[in-house]
Design a protein around this ligand. Sequence first.
Ligand code: UDP
Ligand code: MG
Length: 318
Amino acid sequence: MVPELSVVIPMYNEQEVLPLLVERLRPLLDGMGVRYEVVAVDDGSSDLTAALLQRYHREWPALRVVRLRANAGHQAAISAGLVSALGDYVVTLDADLQDPPEVIPQMLAAAKDDGVDVVYGVRNDRSTDTWFKRASAQAFYRLITVMSQTKAHADAGDFRLMSRATVDAINSLPEHNRVLRFIVPALGFPSDTVEYKRDERAAGTSKYPLIKMIRLSLDSLTGFSTAPLRMATFAGLGGAVIAVLLFLYTLIARSQGHTVAGWTSTVAIVSAFGAVQLVCVGILGEYIGRMYAHMQGRPTYFIAYDSLTAGHGDHGPT
Ligand code: UDP
Ligand code: MG
């Protein structure tokens, strides 16, 4: 029978937090009085996550396990979970208990009472995030809302509830390197928000080093806006104007006979233009890289094991 609620949880090396998560999530979901399933997506963990999940799956059949063959990243792991989830409503939740599971019943109630398709979890207090994380997130959200037309909520992460229609729409997207927190609002389904306080990670350490954060930011920007390409054009046009002015200046200087000196300005101009060119080539490269990945059409993840079918060898959308 189709569950009413699916809870998709991506996890990468979460052996420390997993027992705490199960201990807190199970009584909560059991108490909700709905038919549910938990889809634990093991994102190619190399610690005891896989073994622990097998054990919990035996004790708690509503907990299903989908294991990816290699670490595909947070967003890909969620995508794999969304494909596997069967519920009428699907909640995505971090494994580290930063998103309090107690908010799930509120989300479900909001979706049903107001008849909306999406309920975003919005953090009303980010004091547990580091100063750097808050500042960089704020600057980034401002940048992306200016550059693209997306209306993503600045304090919404990946803790949200989605209807079957929304999940089907996401699953049908062929896009690679998708960033769901921007894709879901762009789909335009009616939505609501539920506020929550973001807690401290309950155990273990963050699986989001700076490099993964930067990658996520670049994927969000290139996935939602071509403004950087236009900025490259404008930088080139601006450079051309400056070049014309400088050329006129050198002609005048020459006609008046002061043609020596000028080493400093030459070096400054050459390096400034060199830098602008490299940045523009880099921007082009980001888009070409996305196109390349898309054209190759390789799946973004491979499923090594699925407890539902106990099958092997399935793969994600191409
Ligand atoms: N995660 C994942 N694959 C990765 C990185 C992270 O599935 O490559 C999961 C992780 O296990 C957690 C969630 O994504 O459930 C959010 O990661 P984390 O809490 O480490 O990020 P932070 O809260 O520090 O931004
Ligand atoms: Mg976390």
